[in-house]
Design a protein around this ligand. Structure first.
Ligand SMILES: [Zn+2]
Length: 73
């Protein structure tokens, strides 16, 4: 049982670490855009007439209020 407990601890630690690692996403710096993108080259960003900015995924959601793009996610 002790070994199982250790495995469980290591596993949960791994999950927490991988989730907190923030990825860089791209958003169109316009109030009309709704999504953040995995790549600057996503065709969802082609219509963007504003500046494309690189931010963390957390910031894109919390600060910019964007959701994941349906094309690249
Ligand atoms: Zn996209």
């Amino acid at each position: 049982m002790k070994l199982l407990h250790k495995i469980f601890l290591a596993l949960s630690l791994f999950i927490i670490t991988s989730f907190s690692a923030d990825t860089t996403v791209y958003v169109c710096d316009s109030s009309t855009s709704v999504a953040y993108h995995q790549s600057k080259l996503c065709r969802g960003l082609k219509a963007c007439t504003h500046t494309i900015i690189a931010v963390t995924q957390t910031k894109a959601i919390n600060t910019y209020g964007k959701r994941a793009c349906k094309i690249c996610y």
